[in-house]
Structure formats: structure tokens, C-alpha cells
Design a binder for this molecule. Structure first.
Ligand code: ATP
Length: 259
């Protein structure tokens, strides 16, 4: 092997629930710094793929390799410490803590300070500093001391991303990051995601083709548990098989929306 290892690599990954094989031999190589959107019809296996990568499910067979090291079968927290962080939707936010406190929790958790109180105290200054930086990155300085429960929906999603990147992971998984947002919130949010994940490797599961084409360097099309295409947005858009299996109507929608 030569050169830098891929940020993430899936090798003949398979997952069955009972007798049904849901993920059916997925191979994928994601280079460091690449932004990849995973698209596909409902029930194709996109969330399952995310769950396999982030450690929520162990694969039935195959490998998940992060920066050259196998992480399949490891616990989610171990995978997180190894440098991969997944957004857990708004449910991961503490509603009765302020924006700043939420970010600081994210930092401390990622550093493992929850385990010993002495380490916690010595790490607090660093954590405060890092939380201030994150606050600026997600553009919520003015909401610093507002309780998370009182944020708008879009602000909560920004906070969720702040918590996701708090530990400095180099590979970030975002689950439908703009779901439920208005058109204008969505386009602002795409810019924010690009900014805060600059230089990192990003994987998103996404249904909104406007977001996919605005965000992704590459698109992985999952149909019935297999990746049927993995290429640039232009190439995927032009791919006959993808058109037939999935994309035709979605691209027409996105184009009609001016993307
Ligand atoms: N824990 C589970 N046990 C049994 N079957 C499951 C489990 N999780 C997912 N499945 C099945 O796996 C298939 C793929 O589901 P998955 O949620 O990964 O699809 P998806 O592409 O993310 O769909 P959507 O776009 O609707 O979110 C579905 O048929 C689903 O019912």
C-alpha cells in the first residue's frame, strides 16, 4: 500500500436482520476531506449503513476501516474516540442547559472527562476555550446563555452540529442535517456545514437533492442494500442506471427548485 490511507473504507460490508440481508456487500472508499452524500429510496439501507459505520450495529461480515484501522464491531464511544463522530439529532441536546453548556458537555464528553473528577477540573479551562470557539463557528454567540429548549429549530440543528464536531473528530456523519428546515434556512445551513467541516471528511444521509448537489463532492447511491454508483454529482446525474433506479424524478424536482 502507498500514500495516505482513505479516511473511511467499507469492504464487502454485509448486515442481515434475521434471514433478510439488508446491506449486501458494500464497498466504498472515501478520501480524507471528501464530502459524500448517501442517497437512495426509502428502505434502501442508508440508515443501516450509518449504524454500521458508527458502531450502533455490528456487521454480519465485512470491514469498516477508519484511517487504515478496523473499527467494525467496536462500541460507538470507541469509534468516537478513534475520530469518527455522528450527529444524534436534536435528542442529544440537553434542553435545560444553555447553548454554551451544551457545547462544553460535548467537549468534555469527547475528552472522556466524565470519568474522573480530577481530570474534569484540570480540563475545564481547555474545554471552556474550545466551547467558545465552537460557539463562534456555529454562529450562536448571541445565544450563548439561552437554554437550548428556547432556540429555534434551525438553531438547535446548528447546536447539534457543534456538539458533533466538539471533540475534533476528522470524520463526521450527519443524518439529514437540513430536514425540517425552510428553503432559506437550508441554504444558510449548507454554508455553515461546509464551513465547520472544512478539511474534515463528511458523510451525510440526505433526501433533499438540493442539499445533496449543494454539499457533496461525491454521491453514493444505495439501492436495495447495494451501492449502485459512487461518483461526482455530475456523473451520478448522468448515470442511466441511477436515473432508472432512483434519481429521475428527484433531479427533476431539484432542478425545478432552482438547484
Ligand atoms: N433493527 C432492525 N431490525 C430489523 N430490520 C431493520 C432494522 N433496521 C432496519 N431494518 C430494515 O432494513 C431496511 C433498511 O432500512 P434503513 O432504515 O436502513 O433504510 P433507509 O434507506 O435509511 O430508509 P429511509 O430513507 O426510509 O430512512 C428496512 O427494510 C428496515 O425495515
Amino acid at each position: 500500500m502507498s500514500g495516505t490511507p482513505n479516511a473511511l473504507e467499507l469492504r464487502d460490508l454485509r448486515k442481515s436482520f434475521g434471514k433478510t440481508e439488508i446491506i449486501r456487500g458494500v464497498n466504498l472508499k472515501v478520501a480524507p476531506g471528501e464530502r459524500v452524500a448517501i442517497i437512495g429510496p426509502n428502505g434502501a439501507g442508508k440508515s443501516t449503513l450509518f449504524n454500521l459505520i458508527s458502531g450502533r450495529f455490528a456487521p454480519t461480515s465485512g470491514e469498516v476501516v477508519l484511517h487504515g484501522n478496523r473499527i467494525d464491531g467496536k462500541a460507538p464511544y470507541e469509534i468516537n474516540r478513534a475520530g469518527l463522530s455522528r450527529s444524534f439529532q436534536i435528542t442529544n441536546i440537553f434542553p435545560k442547559l444553555s447553548v454554551f453548556e451544551n457545547l462544553r458537555c460535548g467537549v468534555l464528553w469527547s475528552l472522556g472527562y466524565r470519568y474522573t473528577f480530577l481530570r474534569f477540573l484540570s480540563g475545564l479551562d481547555d474545554a471552556n476555550e474550545r466551547a467558545e470557539t465552537l460557539l463562534k463557528m456555529i454562529k450562536l454567540e448571541k445565544k450563548r446563555d439561552v437554554l437550548a429548549t428556547n432556540l429555534t429549530y434551525a438553531e438547535q440543528r446548528a447546536l447539534e452540529i457543534g456538539i458533533t464536531i466538539a471533540g475534533g473528530a476528522s470524520v463526521i456523519l450527519l443524518d439529514e442535517p437540513t430536514a425540517g428546515m425552510s428553503r432559506s434556512e437550508t441554504s444558510r445551513f449548507i454554508s455553515l456545514i461546509k464551513e465547520v467541516t472544512q478539511g474534515k471528511t463528511l458523510l451525510t444521509v440526505e433526501h433533499d437533492m438540493g442539499v445533496v448537489f449543494g454539499l457533496a463532492d461525491k454521491i453514493a447511491v444505495v439501492v436495495y442494500g447495494e451501492v449502485i454508483a459512487f461518483d461526482t454529482p455530475e456523473a451520478v446525474r448522468a448515470n442511466q442506471r441511477v436515473q432508472e433506479a432512483y434519481l429521475g424524478s428527484h433531479v427533476a424536482d431539484a432542478q425545478a427548485q432552482g438547484h
